[in-house]
Design a protein around this ligand. Structure first.
Ligand code: PBG
Length: 328
């Protein structure tokens, strides 16, 4: 009696050559799956670097057009636009104003790229409010879900009137997708699609984004964004958004929530996006700047891991650069 003997099983055999590894790779990252988030700030005369996100800027209207044109040229899937108004107020007036910076930028970018890119816009109030919350506040300082929905409806119509292809509600108000769908349809914007930020967590990794949009938020968003402990709840949020008419659902952040990406991918029958957010970008950039990691390899490995977790679409500040890396 002895152990069963036989040939040594050799998984390494499939790793022998680059061609063989490429042939059996389970997932790939393709430029068409990448969406580039872009910031445009009212009143700038030249692009303004964001110090906590090396390589990312707040754009002028002009430089925004150029960045979008480049994204189209590189074959990206789309761009996600964020606007930073000169003046913020308690109700985020700049968000619904047809001459507000984000709405003007949508029209600019659509004029520049036409149908070659999917032009998306963030649909949320935090860039526009002086208190930095994603919605209107009650007298005692809580975020008022249902009054906020009315503003989101108006904001959606303003963005659709400006020509956007897809809106991205990111404020985590209950019922936001249904409200926005109804408002868009009532104004005959039935072709404007909705990328719902469905499972959006109250994350410390949004830190650098606060600088990117000049946010004045004090405190946190824990009464509307999800608790990092909850994955089942992330699936529930995605299912509720689909019931309400979401065309795609998103998990955000990506890296600390790859299990949620996987669970959502298995639970739904619409495309799933994941947002590789500011802090995830900045950690790699900071380590690479110190020579601690190989920057390009880390970028591609990061994006591959998000695809492997099940994301069909990835929002990433590296979108244009990754498209260039993938070409070589
Ligand atoms: C909300 C919004 C945020 C991000 C995208 N949309 C900030 C937040 O919810 O706190 C963060 C993106 C990033 O960190 O890269 N409008």
């Amino acid at each position: 009696m002895g152990a069963v003997t036989g040939p040594v099983l050799r998984p390494r055999r499939l790793r022998t050559t680059p061609a063989l590894r490429r042939m059996v790779a389970e997932v790939a990252v393709e430029p068409r799956q990448l969406v580039l988030p872009l910031f445009v700030r009212e009143g700038l005369s030249e692009p303004n670097p964001i110090s906590s996100m090396p390589g990312v800027v707040q754009h002028t209207r002009e430089s925004l057009r150029a960045a979008a044109a480049e994204a189209a040229e590189l074959g990206l899937g789309g761009v996600m636009l964020f606007g930073i108004p000169e003046r913020k107020d308690a109700v985020g007036s700049g968000a619904v104003d047809p001459t507000g910076i984000l709405n003007l930028a949508i029209t600019d970018v659509v004029a520049e790229v036409g149908d070659t890119l999917t032009v998306m816009s963030d649909l949320c109030l935090d860039e526009f409010t002086d208190h930095g919350h994603c919605g209107l506040l009650t007298a005692d300082g809580r975020v008022d879900n249902d009054r906020t929905l009315a503003v989101y409806a108006e904001m959606a119509v303003a963005q659709a009137d400006a020509g956007v292809d897809m809106v991205g509600p990111s404020g985590m108000m209950d019922g936001q997708v249904a409200t926005i769908r109804t408002a868009l349809d009532a104004m005959e914007h039935t072709d404007v699609s909705i990328l719902a930020y469905s499972a959006k967590y109250a994350s410390a990794f949004y830190g650098p984004f606060r600088e990117a949009v000049d946010s004045s938020l004090e405190g946190d968003r824990r009464t509307y964004q999800q608790d990092p402990a909850n994955a089942v709840e992330g699936v529930r949020e995605a299912l509720l958004d689909i019931e309400q008419g979401a065309d795609l659902v998103m998990v955000k952040p990506a890296l600390a929530y790859l299990d949620v990406v996987r669970r959502v991918r298995e639970a739904v029958d619409v495309p799933v996006a994941a947002y590789n957010i500011s802090g995830e970008y900045s950690m790699v950039e900071a380590a690479a700047a110190r020579g601690w990691i190989d920057r390009e390899a880390a970028i591609l490995e990061t994006l591959t891991s998000i695809r492997r977790a099940g994301a069909d679409v990835i929002l990433t500040y590296w979108a244009s650069e990754a498209a260039r890396l993938l070409r070589r």
